[in-house]
Design a protein around this ligand. Structure first.
Ligand code: MG
Ligand code: MG
Length: 251
């Protein structure tokens, strides 16, 4: 299926939506102090959406009960916000989709809760950020999806970490998940060609010691099978005639 290219009007809306999303994620990070419950971060996200005239895309998506996914430590993705209280040194990934005038952006911020050193989490976080940057750097007309995948894979594997292969990036915009699938592993020069007007969610999803996962009893939360750390980090990117523009950056 060909990737739906966005027109300039749609891009302008996604640009505004992405900025609101990025600033919301920064505010959630600032609020993520020891003792706060992940459901309180969820409530804050819903309040910020209301204030900004956006809607939280995840809420009700396939019956997901939250506006954010708040995945902590061994949790990989899709953790439902709840009674868990953040602790100093926790590795947190907050994933959020936001809709503005029918258009969607998708981003994940990852950070370590202040108050306690966590060198293992810090290293994983740094590699995750580096993998995301490497993937984004490949984005320009003339490149292919496999170039992004290969760049992410190279950073992760050189660091000795593991790609959780069944969780992928994707097109985004009119729908939360659009073609193409963007694997975090792959071969250079393969896959769909990148074209101006494409909007892509790039999201390395990495395990510290394993690529194997399990789904918890809530039927949503995916965690590493061995309980080791995991990270997800994500931006929505527009392919431009010259290269790319990150739509989910805060000022
Ligand atoms: Mg996301
Ligand atoms: Mg995504």
């Amino acid at each position: 299926m060909p990737h739906a290219l966005k027109n300039s009007q749609e891009i302008e809306i996604m640009r505004r939506c992405g900025k609101i999303l990025a600033e919301t994620l920064q505010k959630l990070k600032q609020a993520a102090k020891p003792g706060i419950k992940t459901e309180e971060l969820n409530e804050l996200c819903i309040r910020l959406c209301e204030e900004n005239g956006t809607t939280p895309t995840f809420l009700g998506y396939r019956n997901f009960p939250g506006a954010i996914c708040s995945s902590v430590n061994e949790q990989v993705v899709h953790a439902i916000p709840g009674k868990y209280e953040l602790k100093p040194g926790d590795l947190v990934s907050i994933d959020c989709g936001m809709t503005l005038q029918g258009l969607i952006t998708d981003a994940t911020i990852s950070f370590i809760v202040k108050g306690k050193d966590n060198p293992k989490a810090e290293r994983l976080l740094k590699v995750g950020e580096k993998a995301l940057r490497a993937g984004i750097k490949e984005i320009k007309p003339g490149k292919r999806v496999g170039d992004i995948s290969f760049a992410i894979q190279s950073v992760v594997q050189q660091a000795g970490y593991h790609i959780i292969k069944h969780l992928t990036g994707h097109g985004v915009g009119r729908e939360l998940h659009e073609p193409p699938i963007i694997n975090n592993f792959g071969k250079k020069g393969q896959g769909p060609a990148l074209k101006p007007g494409m909007t892509l969610a790039i999201e390395p999803i990495i395990g510290e010691k394993t690529r194997h996962t399990k789904t918890l009893e809530d039927n949503w939360t995916i965690a590493t099978k061995d309980g080791s750390l995991s990270i997800q980090i994500e931006h929505t990117i527009l392919v431009t005639p010259q290269g790319h523009e990150i739509l989910t950056l805060s000022s």
